[in-house]
Design a protein around this ligand. Sequence first.
Ligand code: ASP
Length: 591
Amino acid sequence: MFDNRNYCGKLSSGDIGNEVLLAGWIDRKRDLGGIVFLELRDVTGIVQVVFDSSSIPEETQRAEKVRSEFCVMVKGSVVKRTEETVNPNLTTGDIEIKAEHLEVLAESEVPPFPIDSQDKLSEEIRLRYRFLDLRRAEMRDAVISRHRTMQVTRQFLSSHNFYEIETPMLNKSTPEGARDFLVPSRISRGMFYALPQSPQLFKQILMVSGFDRYFQIVKCFRDEDLRNDRQPEFTQVDLEMSFVSPDMVMREIEGLLVEMVGAIQGRDIPTPFPRITYDEAMSRYGKDAPDTRFGLELTDCTDIFGESGFKVFQSTLENGGIIKAMVVPDEGKISRKMIDDYIEYVKAYRAMGLPTVRYNNGNFETGISKFLSDDEKKTLSERLSLEGNVLVIFSCDRKQVVNDALGNLREHIAEQMKMVDGDAMNFIWVYDFPLLEYDHQDERYYAMHHPFTAPKPDDVEKLESLSPQNAEDIRAQAYDVVLNGMEIGGGSIRINKMEMQRKMFNILGISEEEARVKFSFLLEALQYGAPPHGGIALGLDRILMLLLKRESIREVIPFPKTQKGQCLMSNAPSPVAAQQLKDLSIKVVEP
Ligand code: ASP
């Protein structure tokens, strides 16, 4: 009976005169007494159907009784709307369906929220009734855009000689980084699998096996405390290549992102993307994922204040801290109250204050102006290219505090002063990340990316004289791709030599025994002619969120979890039957 079904949203004036069969849901009904208008919706859009009791009295009576979200089938013919009834808000607004037949396929309860609601709906209700939420145009668009993105990804990578290869979901637990999600084994009682945090080891193994270009659109699982842009399960576009340089990986990814943006936004973005080193990113923006849609760059002024008469600067320098400045053009509009708010804002980043000074066409005024010597003023004006009427905001503290405070304040002010071009898509590569970080509390080194990342060839020697002080000087062949201030992917060239991998484990405090237990198969594989290789993983959810300009990744995931890791629709996670636990030899200790 549904043979030759037409799609509501695809009808146009080209179909005028055609007989059509439509099936979908009632979006809205207007009953004018004798004439009933039904707006019929399917996955492609909405079309108006008209029932006229003067020609089809019984069908019209039935149409009077349907309600929103009933699932119906309609037969009729496509007619042109009269000039005054054309609806410019509908893509099908210049036509309508003159109904001949209506059949209710399934009735509907009154939905907990109107599907066409323009008001902001509570997220809890939306997630509880996700099956209805997904009927809303906004969510339908997100799901379809996601589909398209995955399709262009497959097309692009396949045509660039990548093989799509699946890696296992049930793995060996190798805690390093985030916490694993565990799956108990029934057959091997007392044993556990772990869900993959990423297919990292398997994709490297595939390189050793000779599949020289691999990709996968893959779910990854990390049992972390959830922040706003995190999900316990998320999707990566994961890839790995043999015989590559960082530059080759970057160029492939640029090509792929061009395709993605084209598919979603229908526009061309310029390549190559700008590239800056990690050091430069930290110095100019205070962050390793800089938002380059606006200026407000940071400038180091530590050397200017060696003889400063300002006590706060003096003691910063005595304690080995740094002084950085940000120039905010404001034409005198930033009030004392706003500055107080900024000071309050940076407290979250452990900054104790923000000395300021106003520069007004050659004169330094207010704030710390009385502490500035003529020399300092001169050097400051030159270094910061001061002109017009601007506010100079300083931060002085340990390097990390200064970067955190000004890096975040920079984004806050840009937002507040509407300096961010909402349409811009600023992609940027950040490369030459440090290989290691030293954690003073844990008194050990951590891999900044992961333990399989290769150092830069020029820096390998420095590993011999590694110390907590020079740890960050050793650079890795690692790179991140950033969009509008958000990291959307990261990767590296890997270690392909056994000795180097051993050395790396050693530095990271992973004993030979531990390495053997956790990574034996990788270590073994590295002994059989492992090719030079590298790769990257892109966060599909984040990319979609940014390309569709949504507020959270939950808006682009069909069935997301809440911040507490719950699915409000299915009620996962949930207790399991006693027998299931018994089969697994598991006893739950009440928390
Ligand atoms: N596996 C890494 C990650 O998930 C990405 C990579 O190095 O390719 O972050």
